[in-house]
Design a protein around this ligand. Structure first.
Ligand code: BG6
Ligand code: MG
Length: 214
């Protein structure tokens, strides 16, 4: 089936909020005396806020109220950082890639695990470039479950096989594969090499190669 839409992940594909997420978790963890590092942060890419905290806690169980407090603290730091975001904070090549996708008559969507996605999209002033936007509020089960991508395909009125997903996270590639979509990894082999195709950065993405994958 021909590919008719490109579904873009937001954090780490369109813009480098991945770094803001990392810095915010690190600040919270340092203040709370929780072990955390840039290396451990690799496991957090693309996963939900709650799952991220569970990974940091490494099996330690906390009362729900305490979980909420730690997640809120991290989110406060993250939202502070988002206030500095401006339209030129897109990753190199991202704007051009979205424009090219639209010029070639394909549909465009954002499917982000983040509950802050709308704020980021408004700061970048890119909402009008997408036919539909799904975020951390759209479905119950986060990536690596296929739900967010399936929900997005439904909103686009397309079959999953007609969609290609651009993802920088292992959990995102897992979700795209589980959804039955063409999974395109952005980043290193060890993180996203299990997709159908891989590019080292958004700037390297070649639409032609994705469209040939069908
Ligand atoms: C994903 C990020 O897009 O959103 C993750 O890659 C993040 O790092 C997740 O944890 C949830 O984001 P938020 O803004 O809802 O805490
Ligand atoms: Mg991402």
């Amino acid at each position: 089936m021909a590919i008719k839409a490109i579904i873009f992940d937001l954090d780490g594909v369109i813009t480098d909020t991945a770094e803001f997420h990392y810095q915010s978790w690190q600040q919270m963890a340092d203040e709370e005396g929780l072990g955390f590092s840039r290396k451990k942060n690799e496991q957090l890419r693309g996963v939900s806020r709650r799952r991220s905290l569970e990974i940091i806690l490494d099996g330690e169980e906390l009362p729900e109220e305490e979980m909420q407090r730690l997640m809120d603290k991290k989110n406060g730091y993250y939202q502070e950082k988002l206030k500095q975001m401006a339209p030129d904070d897109m990753l190199p090549g991202a704007r051009e890639l979205v424009d090219e996708t639209r010029e070639r008559g394909l549909k465009t969507a954002i499917a982000s695990a983040s509950r802050n996605a709308k704020t980021v999209i408004e700061a970048l002033k890119i909402g009008h470039l997408f036919d539909t936007i799904s975020d951390g509020h759209s479905v119950e089960n986060p990536k690596p479950a296929p739900d967010l991508f399936l929900h997005t395909a439904e909103k686009l009125n397309l079959d999953p096989e007609e969609c290609a997903v651009l993802e920088d996270a292992e959990a995102g590639i897992d979700a795209a594969l589980a959804a039955g979509m063409t999974a395109v990894g952005i980043g290193p082999e060890e993180r996203v090499g299990h997709g159908h195709l891989r590019f080292s950065s958004t700037a390297e993405v070649e639409l032609d190669r994705i469209l040939k994958e069908e």
